[in-house]
Design a protein. Sequence first.
Length: 150
Amino acid sequence: MSCLFVSIGTLVGRSHARVRADVCDYMQQHMTTDHMGLPFGAWMGWQQEQEQEQEQDNAPAVGEGESNSVPWNVERAEAYVAHMRGSNTWGGAMEIAAATRIYACDIIVVSEVGGGGRRVVAEFLAPPSLSSRPRLTISWNGSHYQAAAG
């Protein structure tokens, strides 16, 4: 179970499993849909690359002339979605972005990490064509999402 899907589910009145399925179905069916200038599939490829780089932080350095960058393609995006369907896989930015489109809402992520009180750390906005949309708020503490009051 992922705290992100639980949080979104709490805010939209759906189970975490339904939210995960909705998000994964959306991402799989909209790989070529534009999201901030790139297709969703390209974002998924980028996110997968970031995760691989984090895993490789403790690995030996890449030799000169080698690259650890993997170009985006449909197969990698489909692999990303298949992995995200796992019940213990954590969700992140791509999943929040997809949820804004599915549930026709904006999702604001706030945090109190670093002191200074609660501050907005990210705004995921639904497409402008979805007018009069609700603004949902999720709290992030650096490792855990939780539904929050506006």
